[in-house]
Ligand binder design. Structure first.
Ligand code: FDP
Length: 421
């Protein structure tokens, strides 16, 4: 711990204060309009009258009533992530600060998506030569994506603490000047697929602002780090926002702020995420399971029995479940969200808690799944109820259609299967 604290303290000391004064405006703050009040009243009146005459003279007799025209939607109307966030702000679902954090995450994802697309021709494939705190070899793109994500979050000035899969400890952000949201993320999940050009993704979660873990408290780095860890280790049910971006045949950002799930596809020609999947609902029951069956021998007998039963066509009207597994959580999860079924990474004899990390993999995916009408479970407990005891804690994860997840829980817990609707 002491070494980690020293490292984190050293790291924190290196952070340069790039924003010294409190900024008053934001990316999404309403822009003050040059008001008509500056126009002399007589000129304004003359202009209004001239416009009325012109409108009468040019109005086609068969024109639809003005009210109907105003309500007609233009065929060129787009709902972009930015206008969607503005709508949420207007209705009071999120505030301006959270909208700014989400915008900066979207910018990071656009940049990572472009790097992923060009990885093979920009010498970005292969290993970086380092291992992360979890002992995994870091790919070049893991390291770069982490830097891109961290830069965007710092520059937006609204994050107090960031915790990444690629960092040993949470990092207090010095550049923050308001907001102080806690952001957890895996900048490039599934990166072992990168060199083969297969889908990868970024996953993120945003928690309530926390002003407790401050860079100003550097005179006691150990106490500061304890506060940082404490503020990051929150249960998933405290998440304000969770999302992921899939880098695949298209770049798709899927997001929830606790009011349904929305998907935005990046239009590369205008550089904007455009709403393409409004109010996503996962099917109640599916026909696909997604597990790494190579681990079958080391699963519990209950876990084996569950997968055996999905393959037993006699139980499912003559057709067994189909198996699909990319080995990239974001890709496998996205398919499960749209088509239904179950994604699972169980514990096994060697790793009782499986492989996936609670904070920036299991919890955000579970929140998205629940918001879409599905479920997220460890097999014995709702994922969103677990309070992590450490930043990189692992948990078994089963997410997907409600029926398949409940059926899995019933098999693991030796309980009767849920009823089919
Ligand atoms: P990766 O190691 O390539 O980053 O948690 C990381 C993850 O990929 C997930 O994206 C993926 O679902 C899982 O590991 C794959 O693990 P297995 O190779 O053990 O199936």
């Amino acid at each position: 711990m002491a070494a980690a604290v020293t490292a984190a303290a050293a790291c924190a000391q290196q952070v340069q204060r790039t924003v010294s004064s409190k900024a008053s405006s934001s990316l999404l703050a309403p822009v003050a309009r040059p008001a008509a009040a500056f126009r002399p009243a007589a000129v304004a009146a003359r202009r209004a009258s001239a416009l009325r005459v012109l409108a009468q003279a040019t109005a086609a007799p068969a024109a639809a009533p003005a009210k109907a025209d105003a309500n007609k939607k233009s065929q060129y109307a787009l709902q972009t992530l930015t206008t969607w966030l503005l709508d949420l702000e207007r209705e009071g679902t999120i505030d301006n600060e959270l909208a700014t954090v989400i915008s900066s995450i979207a910018t990071a994802c656009k940049q990572i998506g472009s790097l992923v697309n060009r990885a093979g021709i920009s010498n970005l494939t292969g290993l970086a030569g380092e291992t992360n705190v979890q002992g995994e070899d870091q790919k070049k793109l893991d390291v770069i994506s982490n830097e891109v994500f961290s830069n965007c979050l710092r520059q937006c000035g609204r994050t107090g603490i960031i915790a990444s899969e690629e960092e040993d400890q949470p990092v207090a952000v010095e550049e923050t000047f308001s907001g102080e949201y806690v952001v957890v993320f895996d900048p490039l999940d599934g990166s072992s697929n990168i060199d083969a050009g297969i889908s990868v993704g970024s996953i993120f979660g945003v928690y309530e602002p926390s002003p407790e873990c401050r860079i100003e408290d550097m005179d006691d780095p150990e106490a500061m780090m304890q506060k940082c860890v404490l503020n990051v280790c929150q249960a998933g049910n405290e998440l304000l926002c969770a999302g992921y971006t899939l880098y695949s045949s298209s770049t798709i950002l899927v997001l929830t702020v606790g009011k349904g799930v929305y998907g935005f596809t990046l239009d590369p020609l205008i550089g904007e995420f455009v709403l393409s999947h409004p109010d996503i609902k996962i099917p109640e029951k599916g026909k696909i399971y997604s597990f790494n069956e190579g681990n079958y021998q080391s699963w519990s007998k209950e876990q084996q029995a569950y997968i055996d039963s999905l393959k037993d066509s006699s139980q499912w009207g003559g057709k067994p479940y189909s198996s699909r597994y990319i080995g990239s959580l974001v890709g496998d999860f996205h398919r499960t969200l749209l088509y239904g079924g179950i994604y699972g990474y169980p514990g096994d004899a060697k790793n009782p808690n499986g492989k996936l990390r609670l904070l920036y993999e299991c919890a955000p995916m579970s929140m998205i799944c629940e918001q879409a009408g599905g479920a997220g479970s460890t097999g014995f407990q709702r994922v969103l109820d677990i309070v992590p005891t450490k930043v990189h804690e692992r948990q078994p994860l089963f997410v997907g259609s409600k029926w398949e997840v409940e059926y899995l829980e019933s098999v693991l817990q030796n309980k009767p299967a849920p009823h089919e609707n």
